[in-house]
Design a protein around this ligand. Structure first.
Ligand SMILES: Nc1nc2c(ncn2[C@@H]2O[C@H](COP(=O)(O)OP(=O)(O)O)[C@@H](O)[C@H]2O)c(=O)[nH]1
Ligand SMILES: [Mg+2]
Length: 314
Protein backbone atom coordinates (compact mmCIF):
# COMPACT_ATOMS: atom_id res chain seq x y z
CA UNK A 1 0.00 0.00 0.00
CA UNK A 2 1.29 3.44 -0.92
CA UNK A 3 0.71 6.50 1.23
CA UNK A 4 1.31 9.99 -0.12
CA UNK A 5 1.46 12.85 2.34
CA UNK A 6 0.66 16.09 0.57
CA UNK A 7 1.47 19.54 1.89
CA UNK A 8 0.03 22.61 0.14
CA UNK A 9 2.54 25.40 0.72
CA UNK A 10 2.59 29.14 0.40
CA UNK A 11 5.84 30.67 1.65
CA UNK A 12 6.73 27.93 4.11
CA UNK A 13 10.55 27.96 3.92
CA UNK A 14 10.87 28.34 7.70
CA UNK A 15 8.34 25.80 8.90
CA UNK A 16 8.39 23.18 6.14
CA UNK A 17 11.62 21.52 7.45
CA UNK A 18 10.03 21.11 10.89
CA UNK A 19 6.84 19.69 9.36
CA UNK A 20 8.84 17.27 7.20
CA UNK A 21 11.05 16.10 10.05
CA UNK A 22 7.96 15.16 12.07
CA UNK A 23 6.41 12.97 9.39
CA UNK A 24 6.52 9.23 10.05
CA UNK A 25 9.16 7.22 8.18
CA UNK A 26 7.20 3.99 8.42
CA UNK A 27 3.65 2.99 9.25
CA UNK A 28 2.34 -0.52 9.88
CA UNK A 29 0.82 -2.09 6.75
CA UNK A 30 2.08 0.74 4.53
CA UNK A 31 4.79 -0.30 2.07
CA UNK A 32 5.74 3.07 0.62
CA UNK A 33 5.48 6.56 2.13
CA UNK A 34 6.12 9.50 -0.18
CA UNK A 35 5.76 13.24 0.28
CA UNK A 36 4.31 15.76 -2.12
CA UNK A 37 4.65 19.52 -1.81
CA UNK A 38 2.35 21.74 -3.86
CA UNK A 39 3.94 25.15 -4.09
CA UNK A 40 1.42 27.90 -4.74
CA UNK A 41 3.74 30.47 -6.28
CA UNK A 42 5.76 31.09 -3.10
CA UNK A 43 8.11 34.05 -3.25
CA UNK A 44 10.48 32.53 -0.69
CA UNK A 45 12.68 29.41 -0.85
CA UNK A 46 9.90 26.87 -0.24
CA UNK A 47 10.74 24.85 -3.37
CA UNK A 48 14.50 24.74 -2.65
CA UNK A 49 13.85 23.78 0.95
CA UNK A 50 11.50 20.99 -0.20
CA UNK A 51 14.26 19.71 -2.54
CA UNK A 52 16.93 19.96 0.17
CA UNK A 53 14.82 18.04 2.66
CA UNK A 54 14.18 15.17 0.25
CA UNK A 55 10.53 15.71 -0.63
CA UNK A 56 9.70 13.02 -3.22
CA UNK A 57 7.43 15.06 -5.46
CA UNK A 58 7.10 18.81 -5.93
CA UNK A 59 4.41 20.45 -8.01
CA UNK A 60 4.89 24.14 -8.72
CA UNK A 61 1.66 25.93 -9.60
CA UNK A 62 3.71 28.78 -11.04
CA UNK A 63 1.48 31.57 -9.89
CA UNK A 64 -0.61 32.02 -6.77
CA UNK A 65 -3.93 30.18 -7.10
CA UNK A 66 -5.17 29.73 -3.54
CA UNK A 67 -5.18 26.86 -1.07
CA UNK A 68 -8.20 25.07 -2.53
CA UNK A 69 -6.59 24.90 -5.98
CA UNK A 70 -3.35 23.59 -4.48
CA UNK A 71 -5.26 20.94 -2.53
CA UNK A 72 -7.10 19.80 -5.67
CA UNK A 73 -3.90 19.63 -7.72
CA UNK A 74 -2.33 17.64 -4.86
CA UNK A 75 -5.10 15.04 -4.87
CA UNK A 76 -4.90 14.66 -8.66
CA UNK A 77 -1.11 14.33 -8.59
CA UNK A 78 -1.22 11.82 -5.71
CA UNK A 79 -3.75 9.71 -7.63
CA UNK A 80 -1.54 9.86 -10.71
CA UNK A 81 1.42 8.74 -8.60
CA UNK A 82 -0.54 5.68 -7.54
CA UNK A 83 -1.42 6.60 -3.96
CA UNK A 84 -3.78 4.22 -2.17
CA UNK A 85 -4.14 6.67 0.70
CA UNK A 86 -3.56 10.43 0.64
CA UNK A 87 -2.97 12.44 3.79
CA UNK A 88 -3.19 16.22 3.67
CA UNK A 89 -1.37 18.22 6.31
CA UNK A 90 -0.31 21.84 6.79
CA UNK A 91 3.17 23.22 6.14
CA UNK A 92 3.31 25.12 9.44
CA UNK A 93 3.57 21.94 11.54
CA UNK A 94 0.19 22.64 13.15
CA UNK A 95 -0.62 18.92 13.21
CA UNK A 96 1.43 16.10 14.76
CA UNK A 97 2.99 13.90 12.09
CA UNK A 98 2.85 10.95 14.46
CA UNK A 99 -0.98 11.10 14.39
CA UNK A 100 -0.93 10.09 10.73
CA UNK A 101 -0.81 6.44 11.73
CA UNK A 102 -4.11 6.60 13.61
CA UNK A 103 -5.61 8.88 10.95
CA UNK A 104 -5.11 6.34 8.18
CA UNK A 105 -5.78 3.23 10.25
CA UNK A 106 -9.53 2.97 9.41
CA UNK A 107 -8.75 3.50 5.71
CA UNK A 108 -6.07 0.80 5.60
CA UNK A 109 -8.62 -1.68 6.87
CA UNK A 110 -11.26 -0.38 4.46
CA UNK A 111 -13.61 0.71 7.20
CA UNK A 112 -14.05 4.25 5.87
CA UNK A 113 -13.08 6.44 2.90
CA UNK A 114 -12.36 9.75 4.60
CA UNK A 115 -10.99 10.50 8.06
CA UNK A 116 -10.82 14.07 9.32
CA UNK A 117 -8.59 14.84 12.31
CA UNK A 118 -10.42 16.75 14.98
CA UNK A 119 -8.48 19.26 17.06
CA UNK A 120 -9.30 19.94 20.69
CA UNK A 121 -10.32 23.49 19.78
CA UNK A 122 -11.24 24.57 23.34
CA UNK A 123 -7.73 23.82 24.54
CA UNK A 124 -5.62 25.35 21.78
CA UNK A 125 -3.87 28.14 23.72
CA UNK A 126 -3.21 30.42 20.73
CA UNK A 127 -6.82 30.40 19.47
CA UNK A 128 -8.63 33.49 20.70
CA UNK A 129 -12.00 33.21 22.46
CA UNK A 130 -13.78 34.50 19.37
CA UNK A 131 -11.91 32.11 17.06
CA UNK A 132 -12.88 29.15 19.27
CA UNK A 133 -16.55 30.23 19.25
CA UNK A 134 -16.61 30.80 15.48
CA UNK A 135 -14.95 27.43 14.88
CA UNK A 136 -17.40 25.60 17.14
CA UNK A 137 -20.58 27.30 15.90
CA UNK A 138 -19.40 27.12 12.29
CA UNK A 139 -18.61 23.41 12.57
CA UNK A 140 -21.95 22.73 14.22
CA UNK A 141 -23.76 24.62 11.42
CA UNK A 142 -21.91 22.81 8.63
CA UNK A 143 -22.46 19.46 10.38
CA UNK A 144 -26.19 20.14 10.68
CA UNK A 145 -26.80 21.22 7.09
CA UNK A 146 -24.68 18.45 5.61
CA UNK A 147 -25.83 15.76 8.02
CA UNK A 148 -22.19 15.09 8.82
CA UNK A 149 -20.42 13.61 11.84
CA UNK A 150 -17.20 15.58 11.26
CA UNK A 151 -16.46 17.49 14.44
CA UNK A 152 -13.76 19.87 13.24
CA UNK A 153 -14.92 20.90 9.79
CA UNK A 154 -12.06 23.34 9.12
CA UNK A 155 -9.34 20.82 9.91
CA UNK A 156 -6.82 20.40 7.11
CA UNK A 157 -5.45 17.19 8.63
CA UNK A 158 -7.26 14.44 6.83
CA UNK A 159 -6.83 11.14 5.07
CA UNK A 160 -8.51 10.09 1.83
CA UNK A 161 -8.85 6.66 0.36
CA UNK A 162 -8.13 6.47 -3.37
CA UNK A 163 -11.86 6.24 -4.03
CA UNK A 164 -12.66 9.27 -1.84
CA UNK A 165 -9.93 11.32 -3.54
CA UNK A 166 -11.35 10.47 -6.96
CA UNK A 167 -14.81 11.53 -5.85
CA UNK A 168 -13.71 14.81 -4.30
CA UNK A 169 -14.48 17.86 -6.39
CA UNK A 170 -13.32 21.28 -5.24
CA UNK A 171 -14.95 24.37 -6.73
CA UNK A 172 -13.67 27.15 -4.47
CA UNK A 173 -10.24 28.71 -4.53
CA UNK A 174 -10.01 29.96 -0.95
CA UNK A 175 -10.28 26.85 1.18
CA UNK A 176 -11.31 23.28 0.48
CA UNK A 177 -12.12 22.24 4.06
CA UNK A 178 -15.78 23.21 4.46
CA UNK A 179 -16.70 22.49 0.88
CA UNK A 180 -15.36 18.94 1.00
CA UNK A 181 -17.10 18.26 4.33
CA UNK A 182 -20.46 19.35 2.87
CA UNK A 183 -19.82 17.34 -0.27
CA UNK A 184 -18.92 14.23 1.73
CA UNK A 185 -22.11 14.64 3.75
CA UNK A 186 -24.19 14.45 0.58
CA UNK A 187 -22.19 11.58 -0.92
CA UNK A 188 -22.12 7.87 -0.21
CA UNK A 189 -18.60 8.08 1.21
CA UNK A 190 -17.99 6.50 4.60
CA UNK A 191 -16.61 9.18 6.88
CA UNK A 192 -14.95 9.09 10.28
CA UNK A 193 -13.43 11.67 12.56
CA UNK A 194 -10.73 11.06 15.19
CA UNK A 195 -9.13 13.32 17.78
CA UNK A 196 -5.69 14.65 16.82
CA UNK A 197 -3.09 16.72 18.64
CA UNK A 198 -1.74 20.09 17.61
CA UNK A 199 1.74 21.58 17.97
CA UNK A 200 2.77 25.01 19.16
CA UNK A 201 2.09 27.93 16.85
CA UNK A 202 5.07 28.81 14.62
CA UNK A 203 3.57 31.71 12.72
CA UNK A 204 0.35 33.67 12.13
CA UNK A 205 -2.30 32.20 9.81
CA UNK A 206 -1.47 32.76 6.19
CA UNK A 207 -4.90 31.74 5.04
CA UNK A 208 -6.89 34.46 6.76
CA UNK A 209 -5.67 37.48 8.68
CA UNK A 210 -8.50 37.21 11.22
CA UNK A 211 -11.50 35.07 12.14
CA UNK A 212 -13.77 37.65 10.51
CA UNK A 213 -11.90 37.42 7.20
CA UNK A 214 -12.20 33.65 7.38
CA UNK A 215 -15.91 33.91 8.12
CA UNK A 216 -16.49 36.45 5.34
CA UNK A 217 -14.85 34.15 2.81
CA UNK A 218 -16.40 30.95 4.15
CA UNK A 219 -20.08 31.93 4.38
CA UNK A 220 -20.52 32.37 0.59
CA UNK A 221 -18.75 29.02 0.06
CA UNK A 222 -21.07 27.25 2.50
CA UNK A 223 -24.19 28.79 0.91
CA UNK A 224 -23.00 28.08 -2.60
CA UNK A 225 -22.02 24.47 -2.03
CA UNK A 226 -25.14 23.72 0.02
CA UNK A 227 -27.32 25.20 -2.74
CA UNK A 228 -25.43 23.15 -5.30
CA UNK A 229 -26.28 19.94 -3.47
CA UNK A 230 -29.73 20.88 -2.19
CA UNK A 231 -31.19 23.56 -4.48
CA UNK A 232 -34.83 22.59 -4.04
CA UNK A 233 -34.74 23.18 -0.27
CA UNK A 234 -33.05 26.58 -0.64
CA UNK A 235 -35.25 27.90 -3.43
CA UNK A 236 -38.41 26.43 -1.90
CA UNK A 237 -37.66 28.22 1.36
CA UNK A 238 -36.96 31.54 -0.42
CA UNK A 239 -40.08 31.12 -2.56
CA UNK A 240 -42.17 30.24 0.49
CA UNK A 241 -41.03 33.40 2.32
CA UNK A 242 -42.08 35.50 -0.66
CA UNK A 243 -45.42 33.67 -0.92
CA UNK A 244 -46.11 34.13 2.81
CA UNK A 245 -45.44 37.87 2.60
CA UNK A 246 -47.72 38.03 -0.44
CA UNK A 247 -50.52 36.12 1.31
CA UNK A 248 -50.27 38.23 4.46
CA UNK A 249 -50.49 41.42 2.41
CA UNK A 250 -53.44 39.91 0.47
CA UNK A 251 -55.23 39.02 3.70
CA UNK A 252 -54.62 42.56 4.95
CA UNK A 253 -56.16 43.94 1.77
CA UNK A 254 -59.17 41.60 2.04
CA UNK A 255 -59.62 42.56 5.69
CA UNK A 256 -59.95 46.25 4.85
CA UNK A 257 -62.02 45.46 1.76
CA UNK A 258 -64.58 43.18 3.45
CA UNK A 259 -64.67 44.26 7.10
CA UNK A 260 -64.10 47.97 6.75
CA UNK A 261 -65.68 48.28 3.27
CA UNK A 262 -62.67 50.36 2.23
CA UNK A 263 -61.53 50.53 -1.39
CA UNK A 264 -58.08 51.87 -0.45
CA UNK A 265 -54.93 49.86 0.26
CA UNK A 266 -54.58 49.07 -3.42
CA UNK A 267 -50.77 49.24 -2.94
CA UNK A 268 -51.00 46.21 -0.63
CA UNK A 269 -52.84 44.33 -3.34
CA UNK A 270 -50.19 45.19 -5.96
CA UNK A 271 -47.34 44.22 -3.62
CA UNK A 272 -49.16 41.01 -2.63
CA UNK A 273 -49.51 40.03 -6.31
CA UNK A 274 -45.85 40.79 -6.99
CA UNK A 275 -44.66 38.77 -3.97
CA UNK A 276 -46.87 35.81 -4.90
CA UNK A 277 -45.64 35.86 -8.52
CA UNK A 278 -42.01 36.07 -7.35
CA UNK A 279 -42.59 33.26 -4.82
CA UNK A 280 -44.07 30.94 -7.45
CA UNK A 281 -41.23 31.72 -9.86
CA UNK A 282 -38.54 31.10 -7.24
CA UNK A 283 -40.12 27.71 -6.46
CA UNK A 284 -40.06 26.91 -10.18
CA UNK A 285 -36.39 27.93 -10.31
CA UNK A 286 -35.88 25.46 -7.44
CA UNK A 287 -37.48 22.67 -9.46
CA UNK A 288 -35.30 23.44 -12.48
CA UNK A 289 -32.18 23.63 -10.25
CA UNK A 290 -33.12 20.27 -8.78
CA UNK A 291 -33.14 18.78 -12.29
CA UNK A 292 -29.76 20.41 -12.98
CA UNK A 293 -28.44 19.00 -9.67
CA UNK A 294 -29.60 15.52 -10.70
CA UNK A 295 -27.70 16.00 -13.95
CA UNK A 296 -24.62 17.17 -12.06
CA UNK A 297 -24.73 14.02 -9.90
CA UNK A 298 -24.66 12.00 -13.09
CA UNK A 299 -21.71 14.06 -14.35
CA UNK A 300 -19.87 13.45 -11.07
CA UNK A 301 -20.43 9.72 -11.46
CA UNK A 302 -19.14 9.87 -15.06
CA UNK A 303 -16.11 11.90 -13.97
CA UNK A 304 -15.36 9.36 -11.24
CA UNK A 305 -15.52 6.50 -13.72
CA UNK A 306 -13.27 8.34 -16.20
CA UNK A 307 -10.72 9.06 -13.44
CA UNK A 308 -10.83 5.39 -12.43
CA UNK A 309 -10.22 4.27 -16.01
CA UNK A 310 -7.42 6.79 -16.50
CA UNK A 311 -5.65 6.45 -13.20
CA UNK A 312 -6.18 3.02 -11.73
CA UNK A 313 -3.29 0.67 -11.82
CA UNK A 314 -3.63 -2.07 -14.40
N1 LIG B 1 -1.54 26.82 -1.80
C1 LIG B 1 -1.76 27.65 -0.81
N2 LIG B 1 -1.57 27.25 0.40
C2 LIG B 1 -1.84 28.09 1.39
C3 LIG B 1 -2.30 29.40 1.21
N3 LIG B 1 -2.46 29.97 2.41
C4 LIG B 1 -2.11 29.02 3.29
N4 LIG B 1 -1.72 27.91 2.68
C5 LIG B 1 -1.24 26.64 3.21
O1 LIG B 1 -2.32 26.04 3.89
C6 LIG B 1 -1.86 25.47 5.09
C7 LIG B 1 -2.59 26.13 6.24
O2 LIG B 1 -2.31 27.50 6.21
P1 LIG B 1 -2.26 28.37 7.53
O3 LIG B 1 -1.81 29.74 7.16
O4 LIG B 1 -1.45 27.64 8.55
O5 LIG B 1 -3.79 28.41 7.92
P2 LIG B 1 -4.55 28.15 9.28
O6 LIG B 1 -3.53 27.79 10.33
O7 LIG B 1 -5.46 27.01 8.97
O8 LIG B 1 -5.25 29.40 9.56
C8 LIG B 1 -0.36 25.67 5.13
O9 LIG B 1 0.25 24.51 4.64
C9 LIG B 1 -0.13 26.84 4.20
O10 LIG B 1 1.11 26.82 3.56
C10 LIG B 1 -2.47 29.83 -0.12
O11 LIG B 1 -2.88 30.94 -0.38
N5 LIG B 1 -2.20 28.92 -1.11
MG1 LIG C 1 -1.68 27.08 10.50
Amino acid sequence: MKLIIQIPCFNEENTLPITLSNLPRSVKDIDIIETLVIDDGSSDRTVEVAHDFGVNHIVELGHHQGLASAFRVGLDESLRLGADIIVNTDGDNQYCGSDIESLIHPIIYNKVDLVVGSRDISNIPYFSWIKKKIQKIGSWFVRSIANSIIVDTTSGFRAYSRKAAMQTIVHSRFSYTLETVIQAGFSQLRVDTIPVRTNEKLRESRLASSSWTYLKKSIPTILRIYTMYNPLKVFFLLGLISLMIGFLLGIRYLYFFIIEMSNGHIQSLILASIMIIIGVQVIFIGLVSDLIAANRRLNEEVLYRIKKLELDKK
